[in-house]
Design a protein around this ligand. Structure first.
Ligand SMILES: Nc1ncnc2c1ncn2[C@@H]1O[C@H](COP(=O)(O)OP(=O)(O)OP(=O)(O)O)[C@@H](O)[C@H]1O
Ligand SMILES: [Mg+2]
Length: 139
């Protein structure tokens, strides 16, 4: 399924769960969408699909979160606070996608030119208070 309209956070999470179940080592997911679109909600579902046991949170000043309790390590990156590509380069995320982990990036536009070739891009569009379109985004 390359596109759905989700009508609840739970439905978005369920969709993420499936993406997580299907993810393989070295997967990189770039999640595009405005504030409140549901990127973190989708990520929580992906974590469940990978079998992560810890709660997936987004403390404001930590850009990179690693969860190691699942079938594969999950690295959750939130670039919202970054100024741009120089700061993104300084994070050396390439060290993560060289490893057998799953990387999920919110606000990937902050490092568009640094994303690896295998990046799967998804966009989340706010349709109404409860409705979100989630679909594959062409590079
Ligand atoms: N269908 C839906 N799918 C996902 N979230 C929904 C949906 N309907 C309502 N919401 C609400 O929208 C908000 C989504 O928040 P979330 O933190 O996932 O967004 P985000 O894209 O990560 O935002 P940010 O850019 O601030 O990190 C939550 O408050 C959630 O309850
Ligand atoms: Mg978020």
């Amino acid at each position: 399924m390359d596109s759905i309209i989700s009508t609840s956070p739970e439905e978005t999470e369920r969709f993420g769960r499936r993406l997580g179940e299907e993810s393989s080592p070295h997967s990189v997911f770039a999640l595009y969408g405005e504030l409140g679109a549901g990127k973190s909600t989708l990520t929580r579902g992906m974590a469940l699909g990978i079998g992560v046991l810890e709660p997936v949170t987004s403390p404001t000043f930590t850009l990179v979160h690693e969860y190691r309790s699942g079938r594969l390590p999950l690295v959750h990156v939130d670039l919202y606070r970054l100024e741009g590509p120089q700061e993104a380069a300084a994070l050396h995320l390439e060290e993560f996608w060289a490893e057998p982990v799953v990387v999920v990036i919110e606000w990937p536009e902050k490092m568009e030119d640094l994303l690896p070739r295998q990046t799967e891009r998804w966009e989340l569009l706010l349709l109404s208070e409860k409705e979100r379109m989630i679909r594959r985004k062409l590079a």
